[in-house]
Design a protein around this ligand. Structure first.
Ligand SMILES: CCCCC/C=C\C/C=C\C/C=C/C(=O)SCCNC(=O)CCNC(=O)[C@H](O)C(C)(C)COP(=O)(O)OP(=O)(O)OC[C@H]1O[C@@H](n2cnc3c(N)ncnc32)[C@H](O)[C@@H]1OP(=O)(O)O
Length: 284
């Protein structure tokens, strides 16, 4: 990120650049900085144009989470440097006309990232600076708290594409918004606007802009400053154990099933059409 962008991000929140340190300098798709005073890590996705989760971004997120665990960070804000998009989800090019082994490897890496983020010991907040479709929504749901910029959209359109969702995604959605709402939302492949997402509990707060989103994320983390990290972490793991155990038990079979659905000619046809429409739609 340019010095100018750092300055606007941090000065807007009264944090000087000197109070932060760059955690990794060799990442291509992420900026990771830690506030020295409170130990909060800012993990900003910066994979242009819309933070599509290609292998590189997924791998860098995974590496960063491992390192943050080791560094005993006090909390993490996952966000994006882009004002319109938090994360556009998985790379559709990986789903189109894929080789089975390649797509299996890709989804398996994503599944591991999901479990790593969901099971992290430190508190996590998603400061969603804009749209968060599918994989973007999943990243958000893995965090403990979600702030989303107004006028954004969030949801998982799998059903509309003829794709049965992996179990862990259904479970994540159910644990976030409850079984009834998850059933209605996922079976219809519904995409929600910010107000609808707040109403159903898919997000916790609405922000005016990215600075406000980061500030609200920081406020959430501040509430943990007086809570013992070990007790907090253990409690979180207990609450999250059943989904993690379920992936350990059923993740491999789930993946096989998912890949065979993705390979179906009728699903490929829909994905092809979806990609065509995405590339040729009128931009707002
Ligand atoms: C549709 C399949 C859903 C399947 C869900 C099924 C199973 C669940 C299993 C796992 C969970 C996750 C799955 C996924 O994440 S699949 C990916 C789903 N993501 C999307 O459908 C998002 C599509 N993108 C958008 O809606 C828009 O791009 C945006 C994010 C709202 C941003 O709009 P904006 O106008 O700002 O940008 P552009 O649309 O012009 O995009 C710029 C550029 O990027 C390309 N692009 C966008 N998203 C993706 C993507 N996910 N994969 C690959 N490429 C993407 C877009 O085509 C443009 O390219 P161009 O060459 O035209 O510049």
């Amino acid at each position: 990120m340019s010095t100018y962008k750092y300055a606007t991000l941090f000065l807007a929140r009264n944090i000087s650049v000197n109070q932060t340190r760059t955690f990794f300098s060799n990442l291509k798709c992420l900026d990771v900085t830690i506030n020295r005073e409170n130990g909060v890590a800012y993990v900003l996705m910066k994979h242009p144009p819309v933070n599509t989760l290609n292998m590189q971004l997924i791998s860098e997120l995974s590496l960063t989470l491992s390192n943050l665990e080791k560094s005993k960070c006090q909390g993490m804000i996952l966000s994006s440097i882009f004002d319109k998009v938090f994360c556009s989800g998985l790379d559709l090019n990986e789903l189109l006309k894929p080789k089975p082994e390649r797509v299996k490897g890709y989804f398996s890496t994503f599944q591991e990232l999901v479990i790593q983020l969901y099971g992290s010991s430190f508190p996590t907040v998603a400061a969603m600076t804009g749209h968060s479709p599918a994989g973007g929504c999943v990243l958000g749901m893995c965090c403990e708290y979600r702030v989303m910029k107004k006028n954004s959209q969030i949801g998982i359109p799998g059903s509309r594409m003829g794709i049965a969702l992996p179990r862990y995604i259904v479970n994540l959605m159910s644990s976030t918004i409850g079984l009834r709402n998850a059933e209605l939302m996922l079976t219809k492949g519904k995409i929600l606007n910010t107000d609808e997402a707040l109403k159903v509990g898919l997000i916790d707060e609405i922000a005016n802009d990215r600075t406000d989103a980061i500030r609200k994320a920081e406020d959430f983390l501040k509430e943990y400053e007086m809570i013992a990290p070990l007790a907090r972490g253990i409690t979180k793991r207990i609450i999250r154990r059943s989904i993690i155990e379920d992936v350990k038990m059923n993740g491999a079979a789930d993946l096989e099933n998912f890949v065979s659905v993705i390979m179906l000619p009728e699903v490929q046809e829909k994905l092809d059409m979806y990609m065509y429409n995405l590339k040729n739609r009128k931009r707002d």
